[in-house]
Write a protein that binds this ligand. Structure first.
Ligand SMILES: O=C(O)C1=C[C@@H](OP(=O)(O)O)[C@@H](O)[C@H](O)C1
Ligand SMILES: C=C(OP(=O)(O)O)C(=O)O
Length: 460
């Protein structure tokens, strides 16, 4: 058993014991890995994926695609740049990274059952493929998955010819696939998740008539994630036109197979970078992409605005560099007002900065995260209030007033980013006890060991 777990399963978030000055190797991007697997599964031949994230969400994705007839084989090669498990294993043990060989079937055939866990990407990206598979597929997930929005995607799929019962309001549901799914024009309200748009676009070239998709609704969050979808499709030869901000037209045709390299996950890097910010220390992240479509990069201007020094030094090859962030320390953190609608997955970690700031802070544009792994706004409000913070929910975010916090329990609600936020706060507030640190396995199974090592100065 992990020595830092108490008998009732709480994890004592370690307090920072020294001046932070470390390099952290971050595992592959969850969002890029999910798209790579789906594109490879839909492609016109075998592809390979290097540096893909090996975590719960991407294992569920591989299993879901396998359940539809896709073959995925793993081989390993030595590659220090993709392993994130600093603090695990011997210091000089060779690190390995996986190459996944993905071979699509001639036609998708369902094995009958897909477990999405709590992975929005699996739920929203695989359902359209199941709509093209021979046979019926029951799509289910963790208990909390039942609360995650799916209805607009199901309605859109029915509108383009899919067989889904009218009373399928949420997870679990059953879909009857047809390989000749017509596709064509469709309108969707994607204000509760950009993943509806991404999921439809990823499969669209394989629909008989392609897709003419229009979003109509109050907001559309996570636009960079939609751009990430469009970028990978275009990289694989798919013609995607965007006549206006909220309309995408995908021509029917083959999706070209190819080899895909995955960038480190810049949102997984966020708690590590913020550790430097609140502690007046330095964190370096190697292999940071010089150009990226990941929304996690949007954190950097905020960190600079809060007084951190951010430096990205290119490596020889010119595509990546080492990012270094040196923070001002939490006692010197100014208040801020930030719109995170483009990068809402950063909200839990950024909210820690808001709670510690010496002036009032506000996070806007993230109302839809009430439908993430948990109701993140409610969970953050409850957790911070329990530790003495002055925080309120607004219609689309959170507001913080300066406060003095104390230790106590921190609920993760099965949400990896909530758990990471508790760990971050615990670096500078004594006695933060996270009730479920293991849920960080959704995107970084090595997080508890890595964080322990970071806080205590042990390991690599
Ligand atoms: O497409 C993706 O990979 C994602 C899109 C976003 O979803 P929402 O638009 O539902 O926030 C983001 O929050 C999630 O972590 C990953
Ligand atoms: C919202 C998130 O995940 P999902 O892909 O399950 O929607 C997240 O990782 O912050």
């Amino acid at each position: 058993m992990d020595q830092s777990l108490t008998t009732d399963g709480f994890w004592a978030a370690p307090k920072l014991k020294y001046a932070l000055d470390r390099e952290v190797v971050i595992p592959g991007s969850k969002s890029a890995t999910a798209r790579a697997l789906v594109v490879a599964a839909l492609a016109d031949g075998p592809s390979s994926i290097t540096g893909g994230l090996d975590a719960r969400d991407t294992l569920l994705m591989r299993d879901a695609l396998r359940a539809l007839g896709v073959q995925i084989h793993t081989s390993f090669h030595a590659d220090p740049k993709v392993d994130a498990t600093f603090g695990a294993g011997a210091d000089d043990a060779p690190l390995t990274s996986a190459v996944w060989r993905v071979r699509p079937p001639l036609e998708f055939t369902s094995a009958g059952d897909i477990d999405c866990g709590l992975a929005g990407t699996v739920l929203r990206f695989v359902t359209p493929i199941a709509a093209m598979a021979h046979g019926r597929t029951r799509i289910h997930g963790d208990e909390a998955m039942a609360a995650r929005p799916i209805r607009p995607l199901l309605d859109a799929l029915v509108d383009i010819g899919a067989g889904i019962p009218d009373d399928a309001y949420g997870v679990p549901f059953t879909i009857t696939g047809r390989p000749d799914l017509p596709g064509g024009p469709v309108i969707i309200d994607s204000s509760s998740s950009s993943q509806f748009v991404s999921g439809l676009l990823l499969s669209a070239a394989r629909f008989h008539d392609g897709l003419d998709l229009r979003h109509v609704g109050p907001t559309l969050p996570s636009l960079p994630h939609i751009q990430m979808t469009v970028d990978i499709l275009r990289d694989h030869g798919v013609v995607v036109e965007q006549p206006d901000e909220y309309r995408w037209v995908v021509a029917p045709g083959p999706i070209r197979a190819g080899d895909i390299a995955i960038e480190p996950d810049l949102s997984t890097a966020a708690p590590f970078l913020c550790a430097a910010v609140i502690s007046d220390g330095t964190i370096r992240v190697p292999h940071w992409p010089l150009e990226t479509n990941q929304p996690g990069a949007l954190l950097l201007p905020l960190l600079e605005q809060l007084g951190s020094t951010v430096d990205l030094r290119p490596d020889g090859a010119g595509r990546t560099g080492t990012l270094s962030v040196t923070g001002p320390g939490h006692w010197d953190l100014p208040g801020f007002d930030v719109d995170l609608s483009d990068a809402s997955e950063l909200t839990p970690v950024v909210s820690v900065l808001g709670a510690l700031a010496s002036g009032p802070s506000r996070i806007r544009g993230v109302g839809h995260i009430r439908g993430h792994e948990t109701d993140r706004l409610q969970a953050l409000e409850d957790n911070f209030r329990g530790l003495g913070a002055k925080v309120d929910q607004t219609e689309d975010g959170l507001v913080f007033r300066p406060s003095i916090m104390h230790g106590g329990p921190w609920g993760a609600y099965a949400d990896h980013r909530l758990a990471q936020a508790g760990a971050l706060l615990g670096l500078v507030v004594s006695g933060v006890m996270v009730d479920d640190i293991v849920c960080t396995s959704k995107t970084m199974p090595s997080f508890p060991a890595a964080w322990q090592s970071l806080a205590t100065g042990t390991g690599r």
